[in-house]
Write a protein that binds this ligand. Structure first.
Ligand SMILES: [Cu+2]
Length: 66
């Protein structure tokens, strides 16, 4: 498993948390949103996913990954 932390803009409430963590779960990654730091910790299997796919998944939910 690989662990990364992404800076994400536009997250403000529990709806955002659920959107992002839910979308990551759907692709088989485990996400943890930190609203205070505007960051998302993500654990994923490098054999299954890439950082690019993780970023696209978050952006598809309407947020900007820095
Ligand atoms: Cu929100």
């Amino acid at each position: 498993m690989k662990n990364i932390t992404l800076q994400v803009e536009g997250m403000s409430c529990q709806h955002c948390v659920h959107s992002i963590e839910g979308a990551l779960l759907e692709i088989g990654a485990k996400g943890k949103v930190d609203l205070k730091n505007n960051s998302v910790d993500v654990s994923f299997d490098e054999n299954q996913l890439t950082i690019e796919i993780i970023k696209e998944t978050i952006e598809d939910q309407g947020y900007d990954v820095m």
